[in-house]
Design a protein. Structure first.
Lengths: 325, 295
C-alpha cells in the first residue's frame, strides 16, 4: 500500500522524511519552549500551557481541514471525550500517562463511531453533521451525571505523576504537557508529510480521481478522522491534567469553533501554523474576556467576522500557494 | 396518568415540536438551497423571537400583546434577514467554511447581545387567556396552547409549502435552487431573490421563536439547541426542498418527544441514532433537490 501510494502520487509528493533544516528547526523550537518557564512568571507559564493544549487540538483539526479537506465544526467532541475519559481515569486512581492513553483510546473509538456517519457526507453536509455530533456529545456530557458530573463537570482531577513525582507546579505541569505536545505534533507531521499524507491531499483535491485510482476514499477519510480524533483526545487528556477540571463547555460548540478559527488564522498550509493561531485565540479569549467583563463571546464573534473579511482569499489562497510551490 | 394518555400526550407534543422545527428548518433550507449560504445564525433568530415574546408580553401574554409581538418579530426578522443578506453578499464566491465562520461570528455576537439585554435567567412566557389552560377531549386533558400550536403551525407550514411548491414565486425559488445562472439568463436578478429569501427565511425563524416561547422558554443556549435540531432536520430532509424537511421535522419531533418520555436520559443519543440510521440508508438525505456534489 505504502509503496503503491508513493509511486502513484509521485508528482504531487511533498518532500518526504525529515530534512536537516526541519530537524534543526524542530529541535530549536522544542528547546526554546522547554526553556520558557525558566524566564516566565507562573501565570504566563500557565497561559503557555493552555496554548500548547489548544495548539495541539488546532493542529489535529488542521489534519482534517487543511490536509483532507473536511471542515469539521465538532472537533471538540473528541477533545472533550478524551478530557473526560482521562479525568475519570485519573480520579479513579491512574493519573499520568495511563490516563492519557485511556483518553486517546476512548476519543479514537468515539471518532470511529461518529466518523462512520460523518464521512458519508461531504462539503457542507460534513460541516452540519460534525456540528450536530459535537452538540449531541455536549448534551450527553451534560446529562450523563453519574460519569461526567453533569453541568458541574469533573473536578478534583489529581495532578499527573511521572516516575513517582507529582507534577503540580506550573512549570512541571508545563513540561509534562510540552513532552506530549511534541509527541502529538510529530505524529501529525509524520502522517501529513509521509505517503498517507499524499493520499489524503489527493482526496482533498479530487476525491473522484483518487477513487478511480483504486483508493477506498471513504475508509481512508475515516482513518484520518480517527487519527485526528485520537490526537484531539491526547490534547483533551493534557487539558484535564493542566486544568484539573473538565466541564461540558470543553466539549461544546464554542471550543470547536475556536479551534477552527485558530486553524483559519494560522493557515491550513503548514502543520505548525495552527499553533500560532491557537496562541492568538487563547490570548484574545483570556485577556479580552477578563477586561470585557464576561463579554468574551462578543470579542470572539467580532474576531470571526474580522478574520473572514480581512483574509479575503483566506483558505483558498493558502491552498493555491501550496499547490503552486 | 395511564400509559396510553402519556403516549398520546407525547405524540401530540411531538407533532407540535415537529411543526415548529419544520418552520425553523424550512427557513434554513431555503436560505441554503437558494443562496448557498449555511446560516449558523438561524438559531439566534429563533431565540430573538422567543425573547421578544417575553419582552412584549411579559410572563402572561394577552391577545393585544400577542398581536404586537407578532408585528415586532416579523419586522425584526425581516430587518435581520436583510442585514444577513448584505453581510454575506461579499462572500458569495467563497467557500462554505468561510460563510459558516462569518455567520457563526454573527451568532456569537447576537447571543452576547441577547444575554446582555435579557440576562441569563430563563424567561418563561404563558400564552394568552383562553389558551393557557387545558382542554379535555374524550377524557384526556391536554394543554390547549399546544393543540392550538399544532393548528397554527400546520397552517403556517401549509402556507410555506404551498408558496414554494405551487406558486410562480415558489417556482422562481425552486428554479434558483436548481440553476441560478439560468434564472439570471431569463432576466430575473438573483440578488433580489436573494434578499427576498433571506427575509422570508429569517421571518420564519423569528415567528417559530415566538410560537415556541411558551414551550421552550427563552434562555441562553437555546439558540444552539434549536440550530442543531434544525440542521439535523435539514441534513436528513435534504437541502433546498420543502417536503423533505417537513417529513424529517415530523420524524424528529416524535423522536424528541416520545424519546424524552420513554428514555429520558438517552434523548440525545436517540437523535443521533436516528440521524445515523437515515444517513446510512440515504447518504444525501431523504429528498435532495440541490445537486449533491455542489461545493
Amino acid at each position: 500500500m505504502t509503496s503503491l501510494a508513493q509511486t502513484r502520487a509521485a508528482p504531487a509528493r511533498p518532500r518526504l522524511g525529515v530534512g536537516a533544516r526541519t530537524a534543526t528547526g524542530i529541535a530549536a523550537g522544542t528547546l526554546l519552549l522547554a526553556a520558557a518557564p525558566l524566564y516566565l512568571a507562573p501565570y504566563a507559564t500557565t497561559t503557555l500551557t493552555r496554548i500548547l493544549v489548544f495548539g495541539l487540538l488546532a493542529a489535529s483539526l488542521n489534519l482534517l481541514v487543511g490536509v483532507v479537506g473536511l471542515p469539521s465544526l465538532g472537533h471538540a467532541a473528541f477533545f472533550g471525550v478524551g478530557a473526560y475519559a482521562a479525568a475519570w481515569t485519573a480520579i479513579h486512581g491512574l493519573a499520568g500517562a495511563g490516563a492519557l492513553l485511556v483518553g486517546v483510546v476512548v476519543a479514537a473509538l468515539v471518532a470511529l463511531v461518529a466518523g462512520a456517519v460523518a464521512v458519508r457526507a461531504s462539503g457542507v453536509f460534513f460541516l452540519m453533521l460534525t456540528l450536530a455530533i459535537g452538540e449531541l456529545t455536549q448534551q450527553a456530557a451534560d446529562s450523563w451525571e453519574s460519569v461526567t458530573g453533569g453541568s458541574n463537570g469533573l473536578y478534583g482531577v489529581p495532578a499527573p505523576t511521572l516516575f513517582g513525582t507529582v507534577l503540580d507546579q506550573p512549570a512541571t505541569t508545563y513540561w509534562y504537557v510540552l513532552g506530549f505536545f511534541v509527541v502529538g505534533m510529530l505524529a501529525l507531521r509524520l502522517v501529513s508529510t509521509s505517503a498517507p499524507g499524499v493520499v489524503l491531499r489527493g482526496i482533498r483535491d479530487s476525491e473522484d480521481r483518487m477513487r478511480a485510482l483504486g483508493y477506498r476514499t471513504t475508509a481512508i477519510k475515516l482513518g484520518a478522522l480517527v487519527f485526528a480524533g485520537a490526537v484531539a483526545g491526547l490534547a483533551g487528556g493534557l487539558l484535564a491534567a493542566q486544568q484539573r477540571l473538565v466541564t461540558p463547555a470543553d466539549v461544546g460548540f464554542e471550543t470547536s469553533a475556536l479551534a477552527l478559527l485558530a486553524v483559519v488564522i494560522g493557515g491550513t498550509g503548514s502543520w505548525w501554523g495552527p499553533c500560532l493561531g491557537a496562541a492568538l485565540v487563547i490570548v484574545v479569549r483570556d485577556s479580552l474576556g477578563a477586561t470585557l467583563d464576561g463579554h468574551g463571546p462578543l470579542a470572539l464573534g467580532l474576531l470571526f467576522v474580522l478574520v473572514v473579511y480581512l483574509l479575503p482569499t483566506g483558505i483558498a489562497r493558502i491552498r493555491l500557494r501550496r499547490a503552486a510551490s | 396518568m395511564p400509559t396510553t394518555q402519556i403516549a398520546v400526550t407525547a405524540m401530540v407534543n411531538g407533532l407540535a415540536i415537529g411543526l415548529l422545527l419544520f418552520i425553523t428548518a424550512a427557513g434554513l433550507s431555503l436560505i441554503f438551497g437558494m443562496m448557498d449560504v449555511l446560516n449558523l445564525a438561524h438559531g439566534a433568530l429563533f431565540l430573538t423571537g422567543a425573547y421578544l415574546a417575553w419582552w412584549i408580553g411579559g410572563e402572561q401574554q394577552t391577545w393585544p400583546s400577542l398581536a404586537r409581538a407578532v408585528v415586532a418579530v416579523v419586522v425584526l426578522g425581516a430587518a435581520a434577514g436583510g442585514l444577513l443578506s448584505l453581510l454575506t453578499a461579499p462572500l458569495s464566491r467563497r467557500s462554505h467554511l468561510e460563510q459558516a465562520l462569518l455567520t457563526l461570528g454573527i451568532a456569537l455576537v447576537a447571543a452576547d447581545i441577547l444575554s446582555a439585554l435579557f440576562g441569563d435567567d430563563v424567561r418563561a412566557t404563558e400564552p394568552p387567556a383562553g389558551l393557557d389552560g387545558t382542554v379535555t377531549i374524550a377524557g384526556w386533558s391536554y394543554p390547549s396552547y399546544r393543540l392550538a400550536l399544532v393548528g397554527i403551525a400546520a397552517l403556517l407550514a401549509a402556507a410555506v409549502y404551498w408558496t414554494v411548491e405551487r406558486t410562480s414565486l415558489g417556482a422562481l425559488f425552486r428554479a434558483t435552487v436548481s440553476d441560478r445562472d439560468m434564472v439570471a439568463t431569463v432576466g430575473v436578478d438573483p440578488r433580489l431573490v436573494r434578499g427576498g429569501v433571506f427575509v422570508l427565511g429569517s421571518v420564519l425563524a423569528t415567528l417559530a421563536g415566538l410560537l415556541g416561547a411558551p414551550i421552550y422558554h427563552a434562555r441562553p443556549g437555546l439558540d444552539t439547541t434549536i440550530l442543531v435540531l434544525a440542521l439535523v432536520v435539514v441534513v436528513v430532509g435534504g437541502l433546498g426542498s420543502i417536503r423533505g424537511p417537513l417529513i424529517a421535522a415530523l420524524l424528529f419531533g416524535q423522536v424528541e418527544s416520545v424519546g424524552r418520555a420513554v428514555l429520558p436520559g438517552l434523548a440525545s443519543f436517540l437523535l443521533f441514532g436516528t440521524l445515523a440510521a437515515v444517513l446510512v440508508v440515504r447518504p444525501r438525505g431523504l429528498f435532495t433537490l440541490a445537486p449533491g456534489g455542489r461545493r
